[in-house]
Design a protein around this ligand. Sequence first.
Ligand code: SF4
Length: 411
Amino acid sequence: MSWNIKAKLKQTLKAEEGSIIKDRGGKATYLLIYPNTYHVGMSNLGVHNVYRILNERDDVVCERAFLPEKADLKEHKRTNTPILSYESQRPINEFDIIAFSVAYENDIPNIQTILELSKIKKGFGPKLIVGGAAVTLNPKLFERQFDEVITGNFEGSGSLPARSAIWTRDTEFGSMHLVEVQRGCPHRCRFCAAPVIYSPFKQFSKEEVVKAIDVGLPYRKKIGLIGGDVLGHKDFIDIAEYIHSKGATFSPSSVRADRINRQIAELLKISGHRTITLAPEAGSEALRRAIGKNIPDEKFFEAASLLGEHGIRQIKLYFMMGLPRESDADVRAIVEFVKRVKGQGASGKITVAVNPFVPKVRTLFAGERFAELNELKVKIARLKKDIGKIGGVMFKAESPVQALREYEWQK
Ligand code: SF4
């Protein structure tokens, strides 16, 4: 057993607020594992929610574990140390139930790493259960490895908004208190898994959201509002104004261009935003309509202009490449689109981020093909060159090989 690892876990725990240490006596013991590092996992609202709900029960103790960082993995192997929980630094096999929360398919190999490192196998030792977004989308992937596969909401977690339950700086959204305002998305873009995973769509009431915000205000002055169409929440203005009235600011997890009006641009400005991310997904309006994202070009240009007027001059634009029935003209249209956005007041930095299209199971595009790797590479390289000519625009693209891996994981 490595004392270095134990010491590191204790130190991380000390830097947290909100973690729960319970006496185990006579209680069912759960180890909740997110199969990626602490830094990644602690920004996942699902982890916070399950942890909080389980620990609210008097007959249950729930502790957490994550995939060790690379250097720590070596230390685990060198010292023959299994995965340990953060709260009590107990080894994984001293828990009754090991519950994996899996948000992304790319994390599936890490499950194996964690179990192998700890010499845990289905049928021997603790019961192995799994849930989370990736599981709800594609439960078959998990049946072989787990005793129980949970799809949909974890028991008792569906009725109220999920919110941060532990606050730490050592995570991607460490400066925020996260609050779920919607579960899922009211739209149905053909490529998107969100409406499939979180179905039916649920919008939490203003009162429920305000209560969840209040819990976090003593810890953080920035509220991350989570949902598929946050600005489209029926009480968004009231929620935003409530946050400002408490001397705090907000950051929405999604911004649809067709929701931006003068009032919303003003609220974003008050909350200190300098950059906004929009997701046109396709450069041409026709292709955008074909993939189910029915937002006309003009809405994006109007949004860029309104945001620019409110001092928000940096815009990040997300596009997909290799979409079904995408033509060269559609790809070229991205360049014209970016030029128009730049001309509309986005005088600061524009970032264009391109992701290869990955057909997801159970979405309306489930049966579509993944584009040829070479075709993707050529299209991305050409686009990068053309975007480079605009000037003042940064270009980023996800590797097609990585996207292909994600596609293959589904099978
Ligand atoms: S892409 Fe965005 S707007 Fe479309 S369904 Fe997904 S979350 Fe909703």
